[in-house]
Design a protein around this ligand. Sequence first.
Ligand SMILES: [Zn+2]
Length: 214
Amino acid sequence: MEKRQVKFYAKDSNAVAIHALPGHFATSNSHINYYIDITSLKTRVKEAKEVAKVLAGRFTSHITVDTIVCMDGTDIIGAFLSEEMERRNIMTTINQHKTVYVVSPEIDTNNQMIFRDNIKPAIAGKHVLLLLATTTTGATIRRSLECVQYYGGISVGVASVFSTIKQIEGFPIEGVFDEDDIPGYTAYQPGECPYCRNGHKLEAMVNGFGYSKL
Ligand SMILES: [Zn+2]
């Protein structure tokens, strides 16, 4: 299925591109007609750095960020984002180490997001920026915001490399790509998917980490 993929460049950086694969895919909450692949942006250092630059430019210097919580394997982007934000004086860190924490939650056997005791100090009382790879329904963002709140963190912003929604629970979602960058991109409620109705088989289960062919 990889052969069908189409490359799209970011509006504000020709060093950043995503691959989109047309077809019929299921996320945990929706069916979509494009699988958005940002693997290279997450795993190639040079590209991760470029993404971080674009994302950092989305936040004003008024925001305080102590911790970046990385979902969907975005840790490398998160590390560069912290560096880029520090460089732009976006951070006003309140911790004694004068630097930003970059962490990701563990998913336990009950599929709950957890932070172990050794990571909790990076969340409790800290200003937290959430970083995700792709967002279609926002379910992962809601879950992550709840998790941060549960551990005593103060969510201050949400960044998602690709997002089809503009805001969630009062937070604008800052991103590099949105559905306008992928002409024809549509997400459907599983019960209302025209591909299912026409008997098209699902090709893969997808999430922010990637895809598993069915
Ligand atoms: Zn479907």
